[in-house]
Design a protein around this ligand. Sequence first.
Ligand SMILES: Cc1cc2nc3c(=O)[nH]c(=O)nc-3n(C[C@H](O)[C@H](O)[C@H](O)COP(=O)(O)O)c2cc1C
Length: 136
Amino acid sequence: MRRLIYASRYTGEAALSDALRHIVGKSIHNNRIVDVTGFLLAGDGAFLQWLEGPAASVAETFERIGKDPRHGDLTILSDGDAPTRQFRDWNMGQRQLGAEDRGMLAEAGLAGFSPATMDAMTAERLLILAGGRHAR
Ligand SMILES: Cc1cc2nc3c(=O)[nH]c(=O)nc-3n(C[C@H](O)[C@H](O)[C@H](O)COP(=O)(O)O)c2cc1C
């Protein structure tokens, strides 16, 4: 099991909410086929994504994601072996941060959402907290 967490900057033209919907629709389909699960958090023109699954599947998926023109400045925050899956129920869970999530950011020790500068532990905590708020 490999777990990879990265941050990126949204560069698309469409509203972030529309882009997120399209990306996640496609991701759920693709990730199911290769046994990848995870979570995508979006907000303030940025993405924070957790990918987990067989090492080769995560590698192949992340390589494709890296070529996507809808984002740039990909920064890997954490990458390595993981003993278990965190998001086993979701081929790709998602949340767009809103004003109501200020408390969640504070709980993770953050004043705002700038994932590229987060340390690995903070990014992990925030994604797990966000996963708890995912509408099933
Ligand atoms: C922030 C972000 C996260 C993405 N996450 C995934 C993902 O988890 N799985 C996936 O297959 N594609 C993901 N994509 C989309 C890929 O970059 C790519 O568009 C898609 O995999 C192409 O699928 P197709 O070859 O079946 O058309 C993501 C794109 C962005 C911008």
